[in-house]
Design a protein around this ligand. Structure first.
Ligand SMILES: [Fe+2]
Length: 185
């Protein structure tokens, strides 16, 4: 696994970008493991669910022990976040959840600035073709990103965003996360 620094969207050099991207390289086997864990996840392992919209809970909270391999992704996400925010990893506290979009699902427009968040992001475990683009919205500006498995996308918590409909025949799986300041001991 190679750590790659997040880079700005190379296709947009005119306006400030709404997001930064990162990559988990050589993560195919890890993504396959995460996908299998999620497919076999018993309902009892879902410890919380929020944002009931369009007939489903958009945010599923799972005990870390249910998907122990996810630690690699959470750690890499924190490394990216520390780089973007120019702070030590130890100064960051992370919250995370799963977003599993079945065929036909969309994710409604929302923001992540509910508390003390300072950076938000997403990691893609599985993105079948035509399973939904991430759309980031800033006033009249809309930036569409086509994600792929192994990709991180980071954005400001107050950035409005949505995901277009999963037009594929398979689930689309991603991990959402927020970073806030580590609480003082
Ligand atoms: Fe989100």
């Amino acid at each position: 696994m190679i750590f790659s620094r997040p880079t700005k969207n190379p296709e947009n050099n005119v306006h400030p970008v709404l997001y930064q991207i990162g990559e988990c390289q050589d993560c195919d086997a890890l993504n396959a493991t995460l996908r299998a864990r999620i497919e076999l996840l018993p309902q009892s392992d879902i410890v919380g669910q929020h944002h009931y919209l369009g007939g489903r809970y958009e945010n599923l909270y799972v005990a870390f022990e249910s998907i122990p391999e996810i630690r690699v992704i959470l750690d890499l996400a924190t490394t990216h976040a520390a780089y973007i925010l120019n702070c030590p990893k130890k100064d960051l506290r992370m919250g995370w959840w799963l977003n599993i979009m079945r065929p036909g699902d969309i994710t409604f427009a929302h923001t992540h600035d509910e508390d003390d968040e300072i950076l938000s992001g997403v990691y893609y475990i599985d993105v079948p073709p035509d399973s939904g683009k991430l759309v980031l919205i800033d006033g009249m500006r809309r930036e569409e990103v086509q994600p792929h498995a192994g990709m991180f996308i980071f954005f400001a918590p107050e950035t409005l965003h949505e995901i277009t409909r999963n037009e594929s025949g398979r689930p689309r799986m991603s991990i959402g996360f927020n970073f806030g300041p580590a609480k003082s001991p």
